[in-house]
Design a protein around this ligand. Structure first.
Ligand code: ATP
Ligand code: MG
Length: 246
């Protein structure tokens, strides 16, 4: 790989959905390097290919053409099994609709990825407890998702995404279903992750979310139309202004 500090790199990436007349080029010859520790925001109109790009970066979908590299390993040609293993170990996904397991409590949801990765129940539980504390939800550990607010659910989902200390967290509209107060809670967590050096890619329609990033790329019709460094404009101290409550 040409850039050794890159956590994620894509080259000449193309993804086409559908066949024949209904074929859509969702991602159109994209090149991108996400260095270690960067918080990258991706914005653009509905249907421009943001989710598809995120899925390709995390190995949830395979490209039609081009390369996807994760921490120096090319992943687009891996077997399903190897890809699943790589995702489990190296990628943390956060989705707009949370995607929690409804039958499991908050702490059980958070420990699940660690258990699937082969950690002992004890290790997994300890880590899950620490992560719930980090997102301000210790008091809700035994609650089912249905007993939590949207913002609390998303914080559980973020804790779950961090369970295996991923190389990168990929978040798709993480505040899309949240009200303003819950959005600020999630923003504060992202801000803390950014400060801690976590590599993050956040797809968002929300300017406030994008403003917490180091870099903003704008997409249109599957392509990048703008790539801006935000360093220096970062709203430092944002976290201090926001009370995070369970
Ligand atoms: N599984 C699929 N089959 C066919 N077409 C698809 C599929 N997934 C996405 N598309 C198409 O690919 C294009 C990009 O979709 P994508 O979901 O990546 O957009 P997006 O930028 O995430 O949009 P939004 O902001 O609405 O979430 C769209 O035209 C969409 O209709
Ligand atoms: Mg989308």
């Amino acid at each position: 790989m040409s850039e050794s500090s890159a956590v994620v790199q894509v080259r000449d990436l193309v993804k086409e959905h559908g066949h024949g007349e209904s074929r859509v080029r969702a991602v159109d010859e994209v090149d991108l390097v996400v260095p270690e520790g960067q918080t990258l925001a991706v914005m653009g109109p509905s249907g421009c290919g943001k989710s598809t790009l995120l899925h390709l970066m995390g190995g949830l979908e395979r490209p039609s053409r081009g390369e996807v590299w994760l921490a120096g390993q090319r992943i687009d040609g891996l077997s399903e099994r190897a890809l699943a293993r790589m995702r489990r170990r190296s990628v943390g996904f956060v989705f707009q609709a949370f995607h929690l397991v409804e039958e499991l409590s908050a702490v059980e949801n958070v420990e699940l990825p660690a258990l699937l990765a082969g950690r002992s129940p004890r290790q997994a539980r300890r880590r899950a407890g620490a992560l719930l504390e980090r997102v301000g939800l210790t008091a809700r550990a035994r609650h089912l998702p249905s007993q939590l607010s949207g913002g609390q659910r998303q914080r559980v989902a973020i804790a779950r995404a961090l369970a295996n200390e991923p190389l990168v967290v990929l978040a798709d509209e993480p505040t899309g279903n949240l009200d303003s107060a819950a959005t600020l809670d999630v923003l504060r967590i992202f801000e803390e992750l950014r400060s801690a050096g976590q590599t993050l890619v956040i797809v968002t329609h929300d300017e406030r979310v994008a403003a917490t990033a180091d870099r903003l790329v704008s997409m249109r019709d599957g392509m990048f139309v703008d790539d801006t460094r935000l360093a220096g404009f970062h709203p430092r101290g944002l976290g201090g202004l926001i009370g995070l409550e369970g």
